[in-house]
Design a protein around this ligand. Structure first.
Ligand SMILES: N=CN[C@@H](CCC(=O)O)C(=O)O
Ligand SMILES: [Mn+2]
Ligand SMILES: [Mn+2]
Length: 312
């Protein structure tokens, strides 16, 4: 595992000034002591996907997300920082998760809003660990974890993977004497066995199925997010891109057979961003090897942009 410094951002340049602002000519490298803003931290890992028997390639996700963000126009002044990547080398996922958690906790302690760039969904335990450290590991705060995903990722296995993150968090929260607050949006009945649904039920997971997530039902979807956010002190949003239809997000390990529409995902992201509770978000499972015309990366980039610009 290593820490990689940010690389230069490039993109279309239409001239100087705020009216020509894009990500690449606005974002600067994070350095200690910079004014609070929004900071990107990559997690270049697919060791969790490999352990979960998926299609590897997500280690290149952070670079592909930056490339898709670079030319996006910025319509409001915003302080953007790139804090580089934590790179998981070989099979040492746990050291990488620890290093990501430590770097994330420092950024949060400095007052930044942070966005984790995955990487497989093994990023979620690293994100959680960093947020918990920043809040105070032994504190009695409540953290809501909102996951947009086709999968519960509640596998109960000896070895951590991209499919175990929320079971690991549940155990960590119980060990700290806190209640586990987990809400999942876009869950597919076809992609989760009864064992996983039963585990979700036993853990009190609030669930919206993919079949419930459509625009005719958007009021209920929005209420679900708003009520969940109200019920906790702090919110962490994680977006697994395999929640989207395979036509929108082909570049993932496990493309959705059904999937929830981008308009619904955007509403969920905006509701989380506007909750006033959101401290951290991450985007998981982008696998550039299977992407088509950067379709998945571009979609993810718009969601990151929406999240940062609409955070209340
Ligand atoms: N993070 C992904 N988790 C899914 C993967 C499913 C699959 O590979 O088909 C899971 O473990 O259920
Ligand atoms: Mn998934
Ligand atoms: Mn997942």
């Amino acid at each position: 595992m290593t820490r990689k410094n940010p690389e230069p951002w490039n993109g279309r340049n239409d001239g100087p000034g705020a009216e020509n602002a894009r990500w690449h000519n606005t974002i600067v490298d994070w350095t200690p002591g910079v004014a609070a803003g929004s900071a990107l931290l990559g997690f270049a890992s697919d060791e969790g996907v490999r352990r979960n028997k998926g299609r590897v390639g997500a280690h290149a996700g952070p670079g592909a997300l930056r490339a898709a963000l670079s030319s996006l126009a910025l319509h409001r002044p915003v302080a953007l920082y790139d804090a580089g990547d934590v790179v998981v080398e070989g099979q040492d996922l746990e050291s990488g998760q620890e290093q990501f958690a430590s770097a994330l906790a420092s950024l949060l302690a400095d007052g930044h809003f942070t966005v984790g760039l995955g990487g497989g969904h093994e990023i979620t335990f690293a994100s959680y660990a960093g947020v918990a450290r920043a809040l105070g590991d032994d504190g009695q705060w409540s953290l809501g974890i909102l996951n947009i995903d086709a999968h519960f990722d509640l596998r109960d296995e000896d070895q951590a993977s991209s499919g175990t993150g929320f079971a690991q968090i549940a155990r960590a929260e119980a060990a700290a004497g806190r209640t586990f607050h987990y809400a999942a949006v876009g869950i597919s009945e076809g992609a989760n066995t009864k064992v996983l649904f039963d585990r979700a039920h036993a853990l009190g997971v609030k669930t919206l199925l993919d079949t419930e997530c459509h625009m005719a039902n958007i009021g209920r979807v929005r209420d679900f997010v708003v009520e969940f956010a109200k019920s906790v002190d702090h919110l962490y949003l994680t977006v697994d891109l395999d929640a989207l239809p395979a036509s929108v997000a082909p570049g993932v390990s496990a493309p959705a057979g059904y999937g929830i529409g981008l308009d619904v995902v955007r509403e969920v992201v905006l509701a989380a961003a506007g909750s006033g509770k959101l401290v951290h978000a991450d985007i998981a499972e982008l696998n550039p090897d299977f992407d088509v015309d950067q379709r998945t990366a571009r979609t993810a980039a718009r969601l990151i942009n929406d999240l940062i610009l609409n955070r209340g």
